[in-house]
Design a protein around this ligand. Structure first.
Ligand code: DP6
Length: 392
């Protein structure tokens, strides 16, 4: 009898923000990096992708993907690589046990949604590919560990491999030409250092900047400074960062985070022609963090920037008053994203920022996101594909 079942599995996956940045590919096809990197996984209550993977012999031919309500192209090499690898693993299970339904031969229907507005200007490819890979692995009941799945997610988007874990996560660059040792590992659970918080200042960009994929290729091809970064700067940062996390040493964590962001953006400026991701508002956020740390008399906050102008500020919960209090007093209650329970309990006085810095932040930050370290992908029985296969 024909199998008319609609098979489905759902997962959520988190966003991660690197504190030692991935920037540069040594193999663009396999998406192998020129250096290792390390990130903090952010809480999914604030930022997450929910993905349902389904398959059925009753679906019309061809795999499909709906992203935030819009049909999305799956023909790209990266998505295809993920589908191919996951299907091959399922096919191997089916070959070993002929009683298993032949899911590997059925068209996939995938529906995915973010719980944060695209307008927030956050790159969602990390959470997106991590959720896609985890959801299909669940659908296919693959016995693969998160590190094994990170090998697949990496081929979708490099930073996605780190979103297969919660807490503090390293992507080991590996040495092998086939990429089989270029994978993510957990450095520490979220519960090891649960006080870590992130305040994201969303800065609107006048026009869309250079994508990270193309930006890093230009940097590898033209920057001399980049060679120094991957040969000495990053290895040193990786070692010091892992130690700082193990010892819960925020001052060192913060210094490496800021230095590594600065180093990454310096190689962008050294790219020819130069690439600028930060703008005047981003630089004002750097000054604000410096002024807060100076006033505190110790390091209470650290900034980092990805391939765009948004500032991510890491701090510890016990320093909420000085870090959040200062930025809240400058940015005001008028923008979205403040958590009422937190801002209502702030104790003044906050640090008074330099007028020019305060003015740039006030004029340029369009919203904030308050979050912190969080867990890895979670299986869920919330489905974006109904039992009969209809996307919901
Ligand atoms: C600056 O993972 O988006 O955010 O592998 O080409 O998809 P692709 O690049 P992507 O690059 C992220 C770059 C970064 C730093 C980081 O997350 O480590």
């Amino acid at each position: 009898m024909a199998d008319n079942t609609v098979y489905r599995a759902s997962t959520t996956a988190p966003v991660n923000i690197a504190v030692v940045k991935y920037w540069g590919k040594r193999d663009a096809k396999l998406n192998l990096p020129t250096n290792s990197s390390l990130s903090v996984t952010l809480a999914q209550s604030d930022l997450r992708t929910l993905t349902t993977a389904s398959c059925s012999a009753t679906y019309p031919e061809g795999d499909t993907l709906i992203l935030n309500g819009e049909p999305s192209d799956v023909s790209g090499a990266r998505t295809q690589a993920c589908f191919r690898e996951l299907r091959a693993r399922r096919a191997a299970l089916e070959a070993a046990d002929p009683s298993l339904p032949k899911l590997s031969t059925m068209p996939l229907r995938i529906v995915s949604e973010n719980n944060f507005p695209t307008a927030a200007g956050l790159a969602s490819s990390a959470a997106g590919f991590a959720a896609l890979v985890r959801a299909i692995a669940n659908l296919y009941e693959l016995p693969a560990s998160p590190s094994e799945l990170s090998l697949i997610a990496r081929q979708g988007s490099g930073s996605a491999c780190r979103s297969l874990f919660g807490g503090y996560v390293a992507w080991r660059m590996g040495e092998k030409a086939d990429g089989s040792d270029s994978l993510a590992v957990q450095v520490a659970e979220a519960s090891h250092w649960p006080e870590m918080r992130a305040l994201i200042l969303v800065v609107s960009a006048a026009k869309k900047g250079v994508s990270s994929t193309s930006g890093m290729q230009q940097t590898v091809a033209t920057s001399g400074l980049f060679k120094e970064r991957i040969a000495t700067v990053v290895p040193k940062h990786m070692e010091a960062m892992e130690k700082a996390i193990k010892e819960r040493d925020f001052a060192t964590f913060a210094e490496i985070t800021m230095r590594d962001s600065n180093s990454f953006h310096a190689t962008c400026a050294d790219t020819y022609p130069p690439i600028f991701y930060m703008n005047d508002v981003s630089r004002a956020a750097i000054r604000a963090v410096e002024q807060i740390n100076d006033a505190a008399g110790r390091t209470v906050a650290a900034y980092t920037f990805d391939a765009g102008p948004n500032a991510v500020i890491y701090y510890l919960e016990q320093d909420t008053d000085i870090v959040v209090g200062t930025l809240y007093s400058v940015l005001g209650a008028g923008i979205d994203g403040w958590k009422q329970s937190i801002v209502e309990s702030l104790k003044q006085p906050a640090v008074t920022l330099d007028e020019a810095v305060a003015g740039l932040l006030k004029g340029g930050v369009s919203r904030v996101i308050m979050t912190g370290v969080g867990e890895g992908p979670q299986k869920t029985d919330e489905y974006l594909v109904a039992e009969d296969g209809t996307p919901v």
